[in-house]
Design a protein around this ligand. Structure first.
Ligand code: NAD
Length: 263
């Protein structure tokens, strides 16, 4: 495959879950800027993301799937492969959150968060690895979280799922270690997206604080930089993980967290 320096991923096909908005859209756009064709997914309106990605001169298509359903998650990968003819870069990004004390944590939120944030990664990876192995190249990138490395109160399901994503990532990396496929996790700190905006409102209720106080005293209190992480920077890290220079990085959890997990 002929890869140009300015568009190092041309000829590659990337599939990004939960990419109609937030971090997933930023990752999809970064991969498109690097030349990859991109398959999108998510519950938001796909039109704006599709238009932004096509502006980079690559092919882009949206594939609907509720990733809480394992068969739908596997079917999504197979639909991308059937349409694009290949899948080289799988980014598991879709995620949901619920904030509540453990004794009041709703059972259905636990089940939904484990299904979307953890089990969907298992299903998409299981479906994508055979094709990647057959074509002799692949990148699996799981968007975990600083909460894959450390915990915070009131986020039992999210923290458990994200720690699980790191365990899954390391296991897959070891199974693929002698192949040209890699599996890594990116662990962002707080990025201002609709998911975090929802948490700000939830935390304000739990702590009995104003939303401004929650941002200052709860959310960015754990992030020593006291700045939100840019979604684009998560995207560019994904592009780096797809580079030749990153071919020896596998099973890693790359923190982009303003120093959060350094203490
Ligand atoms: P977001 O809410 O903006 O986007 C989440 C995306 O996932 C949306 O496109 C949504 O439609 C999609 N989605 C949710 N449930 C789905 C399902 N069942 N099937 C298919 N798609 C589904 O969230 P975000 O902040 O962009 O988060 C993206 C990822 O990054 C998540 O895994 C999240 O845990 C992780 N993350 C976010 C932050 C942050 O501060 N925003 C920090 C660390 C990690």
């Amino acid at each position: 495959m002929q890869l140009s320096q300015s568009r190092p991923l041309s000829g590659r096909v990337a599939a990004v879950t939960g990419s109609t908005g937030g971090i997933g859209r930023a990752v999809a756009e970064a991969l498109a800027r690097a030349g990859a064709d991109v398959a999108l997914n998510g519950f938001g309106d796909p039109a704006p993301a599709l238009a932004a990605i096509k502006a980079h001169g690559v092919r882009a298509r949206y594939f609907d799937a509720d990733l809480a359903d394992g068969a739908a998650a596997r079917g999504w990968v197979h639909a991308v492969e059937a349409d694009f003819g290949r899948l080289d870069i799988l980014v598991n990004n879709a995620g949901i959150q619920h904030v509540a004390p453990i004794e009041a944590f709703p059972d259905d939120r636990w089940d939904a968060i484990l299904a979307v944030n953890l089990s969907s990664n298992f299903h998409t990876i299981k479906a994508a690895v055979p094709g990647m192995r057959a074509r002799g190249w692949g990148r699996i990138i799981n968007i975990a979280s600083a909460h894959g490395l450390v915990a915070s109160p009131f986020k039992a399901a999210y923290v458990a799922a994200k720690h699980g994503v790191l365990g899954l990532t390391k296991t897959v990396a070891l199974e693929l270690a002698e192949t040209p496929l890699t599996a890594n996790a990116i662990c962002p700190g707080f990025v201002k997206t609709p998911l975090v905006e929802g948490q700000i409102a939830d935390q304000a209720r739990v702590h009995g604080m104003s939303e401004e106080q929650v941002v200052r005293e709860v959310i960015l209190a754990s992030q020593p930089s006291r700045r939100f992480i840019e979604a684009d920077h998560v995207g560019e890290t994904a592009v780096f993980l797809c580079s030749e220079a990153a071919s020896g990085i596998t099973g890693a959890a790359l923190a982009i967290d303003g120093g959060w997990t350094a203490r």
